[in-house]
Design a protein around this ligand. Sequence first.
Ligand SMILES: NC(=O)c1ccc[n+]([C@@H]2O[C@H](COP(=O)([O-])OP(=O)(O)OC[C@H]3O[C@@H](n4cnc5c(N)ncnc54)[C@H](O)[C@@H]3O)[C@@H](O)[C@H]2O)c1
Ligand SMILES: [Fe+2]
Length: 381
Amino acid sequence: MKHFHISTDIYFSDGALERLTQITSKKAYIVTDPFMVKGGGIRAITKPLHQGGTDYELFTEVIPDPPLEKVAAGVKGFQASGCDTIIGVGGGSAMDLSKSIRRMAEELNPGVHIPLICIPTTSGTGSEVTSFAVISDTEHQVKIPLVSEDMTPDEAILDAVLVRSVPAGITADTGMDVLTHAIEAYVSTEHNDFSGALAEKAVEIVGQYLYRSYSDNEDAHARKKMHIAATLAGIAFNASSLGLNHGMAHAVGAHFHVPHGRANAMLLPLVIEYNAGVSNVTKNRQLHDPVVERYCTIANVLGLSSVNDVMTIHSLCNYIRYLNEAMGIPLHLSQMLTITKEQYEAELDAMAEAALDDSCTATNPRVPLKPEVIELFRKLW
Ligand SMILES: NC(=O)c1ccc[n+]([C@@H]2O[C@H](COP(=O)([O-])OP(=O)(O)OC[C@H]3O[C@@H](n4cnc5c(N)ncnc54)[C@H](O)[C@@H]3O)[C@@H](O)[C@H]2O)c1
Ligand SMILES: [Fe+2]
């Protein structure tokens, strides 16, 4: 028996932030990225709260790939604040931190439910609707995906006005995170028709609107579409989980601080080729392989299909590489890191171990072996 449900209420479209005038909270603890305060963007949140009679306190210690210590600091601040609700405002880093703070605060206050509202300012992680939060253990150089149903936000507010300020490079990285979520959810061992439908729609929107969003920040229509696609892909992978791509991206992020979406984007064609058993010399295949068929459906949604399954997979991978290059995302880590090849090689064993231990990898359609993962990391260099 399978089960599909969405526990987050989603408010979206123009004016969605007005929802904040309606909430019943007396005082909200706002966990947000410092850029929201420096640029004054936080007024888009505090003004409707004020109109609705909700007081607030700000916690602005969010940093990319938030570490455990920030969760502890956030919980301490929450406990002292007298707030009854938490609002996470920012990219995946701010939202994941808000989710972890809420979870820990509930553990410290048994029986108390602390409502959590997540408001994304990037169109990427889908964290506003998932039961995942990724926290970094900097001492051990690992990113830990925490997964628990009670981590899921109660409400998500999707207002694309907040992503207007996202620089092109971050639009590219976060948009490729959306594509990776959708594709990994679509081929995961836990996929189902509901998650599949959402993933296909997210892929279709990325195909039509990611490059437009990247190349013209004034393209409000493209931005709105990408903001929805991020959440659609989030609901899809919340139901079916992810795969090796994310397991490896977490390892790359933890070791070299490569932005999450960028690491995913660079790995995506390599992992598709690996999962599909297709190398650049493969021209055709005789065996029926369900994952190949599913990748071909993704290719068809993007308007890419070729003479046979294998050539269609080549088209899909070439398209992803082309899109990456067009948006300034390098194909290889050696193009962006300042370390030597030897220094990179020295990390490979630990990175492969981390990728294999990562909970996302468990639902990859092909069971990876350590030497294969090391080989994929070598191709990434
Ligand atoms: N919880 C999940 O389901 C899930 C899924 C995928 C990734 N993640 C995690 O989320 C994190 C990545 O999140 P992200 O890709 O959104 O990046 P991020 O939150 O780390 O933000 C990236 C950068 O963009 C800036 N930024 C964010 N919004 C902006 C805006 N509107 N205008 C200008 N600058 C803005 C931030 O200040 C930061 O410097 C990683 O830690 C990743 O592991 C979580
Ligand atoms: Fe992701």
